[in-house]
Design a protein around this ligand. Structure first.
Ligand SMILES: N[C@@H](CCC(=O)N[C@@H](CSO)C(=O)NCC(=O)O)C(=O)O
Length: 212
């Protein structure tokens, strides 16, 4: 039995796992989980992910994981990818710092904007502009830190691309589909960083999968 990713490829956290799989060139199968029928809350899926969320991840018959960043690290370690920089403890620590920054500082405001501007209208719900505006301000504060960091280094953890950079891709992909992509215009080093990431074949492949 090979690698299975349970979830919907349009969702950011499933896409994050696909990026690592595409980066290492692994074979994998995506097993859709139907939110419409509440399948993600089914007993079968709860055994895969006790929080009833996607992704869940299976490798062979003895590895069942959840949490997209932890799954990504498993994949990158299994395939001995340099994207975790684990040959150098200091570089690896900086990768950890900036993955934590992505999860703890960037993800929430970026996700709140995308949820309001993309997901809610898809379900016929009103955009809460107050929430969007509040999170735009939070995002700008985060991007100010990124702009300073990326004016010193080509990528967030250093002058090497790492999982920390790629972990930003799913949310940023959706942000760039909204009118708020213009926020990035005020941060030239962040824009150049994003353009360098987008040029990667794995990222182009995952964009195709997300937009299919
Ligand atoms: N920290 C976790 C978040 C998973 C998540 O929110 N998954 C969403 C879809 S992806 O945005 C989900 O399953 N939402 C349905 C729900 O929460 O009920 C991770 O990184 O894997």
């Amino acid at each position: 039995m090979g690698i299975k990713v349970y979830g919907l490829t349009k969702t950011t956290n499933v896409a994050r796992v696909l990026i690592s799989l595409e980066e290492v060139g692994a074979d994998y199968e995506v097993v859709p989980v139907d939110f419409a029928t509440g399948e993600h809350k089914s007993q079968a899926h709860l055994t895969r992910n006790p929080f009833g969320q996607v992704p869940a991840f299976q490798d062979d018959d003895d590895v069942m994981l959840f949490e997209s960043r932890a799954i990504s690290r498993y994949i990158l370690r299994k395939y001995k990818s340099d994207l975790l920089r684990e040959d150098d403890i200091k570089e690896a620590a900086l990768v950890d710092v900036w993955v934590d920054v992505e999860y703890g500082q960037y993800n929430a405001p970026a996700s709140a904007i995308c949820y309001n501007v993309i997901v809610k209208p898809m379900h016929g719900e009103e955009v809460d502009q107050q929430v969007v505006d509040t999170n735009l301000e939070k995002l700008k504060k985060v991007l100010e830190v990124y702009e300073a960091r990326l004016s010193e280094y080509k990528y967030l953890a250093g002058d090497f691309i790492s999982f920390a950079d790629l972990s930003h891709v799913p949310c940023t992909y959706y942000l760039m589909l909204t009118q708020y992509k213009s926020v990035f215009d005020s941060y030239p080093h962040v824009k150049a960083w994003w353009e360098a990431i987008m040029a990667r074949p794995s990222i182009k492949k995952v964009f195709d999968i997300m937009s299919a």
